[in-house]
Design a protein around this ligand. Structure first.
Ligand SMILES: C[S@@+](CC[C@H](N)C(=O)[O-])C[C@H]1O[C@@H](n2cnc3c(N)ncnc32)[C@H](O)[C@@H]1O
Length: 257
């Protein structure tokens, strides 16, 4: 490794006995966004050599599973799988370990081998990131949290929207331990949604009830949706704007009669 790449976090990891300087990125992400809690089941996608696994185990003390194309040297109390996170076979193996109840947290620091061609590398990185999101959607518990590394570029915004469609709260965060010249950023999705309505969905509804705040309140597949500026008896077309774990907000896009 070139001398100038051995920065403060490289030496800190050596001193404190972590496998990689990346460990501090997860400490910083977790310090700011409170992703992993004590007792959580955590799945780490693209986990070799295991710096994040050590941190996840230290914070949660619960079940921790690491997956990578490369073999991960044993870590006490951590289970590992050699596999490709883009393959269904790997997802089945993960579910075999965490059980059908699913994981509380999925974290992903995976990165493809870089070719040096910026737009090609960005596209491959977004592909991998999308696979991680697909994997998280299959293994997370309702309300679970997700962290994924993304390389910024023109496809970043579209990816962020996909995360927003699946989580109640979404943030982007650059931990101090990321190298200043790096294009990487971490996208955080909190509270995985399993609700029957999603941002952008449209419905025709009749307002029969008002909530305590005076907004219209309708049930869609037993899920409460609040609508501003309506009265009892209105028949309206609505568009879902924001989804929270137990309710959603919608705007009227058309008055029907
Ligand atoms: C930056 S390293 C992860 C470092 C790790 N967070 C740590 O703290 O030690 C990225 C890893 O992603 C893995 N990876 C890349 N593509 C993958 C894929 N399709 N399936 C599984 N792992 C993958 C690589 O093998 C590599 O070990």
């Amino acid at each position: 490794m070139a001398r100038d790449r051995r920065d403060k976090y490289y030496w800190k990891a050596k001193d404190q006995g972590y496998r990689s300087r990346a460990s501090y990125k997860l400490f910083q992400i977790n310090g700011k966004h409170h992703i992993i809690e004590e007792g959580d089941t955590v799945v780490d996608l693209g986990a070799a050599p295991g710096g994040w696994l050590e941190v996840a185990k230290e914070i949660s003390g619960g079940r921790v599973v690491g997956v990578d194309l490369k073999k991960i040297l044993p870590i006490e109390g951590v289970e590992t799988i050699v596999g490709d996170i883009t393959s269904d076979r790997t997802i089945e193996k993960i579910l075999g370990l965490v059980g059908q109840g699913g994981a509380d947290v999925v974290i992903c620091d995976a990165a493809p081998n870089l070719s040096g061609n910026w737009s090609y590398d960005h596209a491959r990185s977004i592909d991998l990131t999308r696979s991680a999101l697909g994997c998280a959607k299959k293994i997370l518990k309702p309300g679970g949290h997700f962290v994924v590394k993304v390389f910024q570029g023109d496809m970043f915004k579209a990816f962020l929207e996909e995360v927003k469609d699946n989580f109640s709260y979404t943030h982007s965060y650059s931990p101090k331990a990321s190298r200043s010249q790096s294009a990487e950023i971490y996208v955080i999705g909190k509270k995985f949604l399993t609700s029957p309505v999603r941002r952008g969905d449209e419905f025709d509804v009749e307002i029969t009830e008002l909530g305590s705040s005076g907004d219209g309140a309708v049930l869609i597949d037993s899920f409460v949706v609040f609508i501003k500026d309506v009265e009892i008896g209105d028949h309206v077309k609505i568009k879902i704007q924001d989804v929270k774990p137990n309710f959603a907000f919608a705007d009227v896009i058309e008055k029907m009669d």
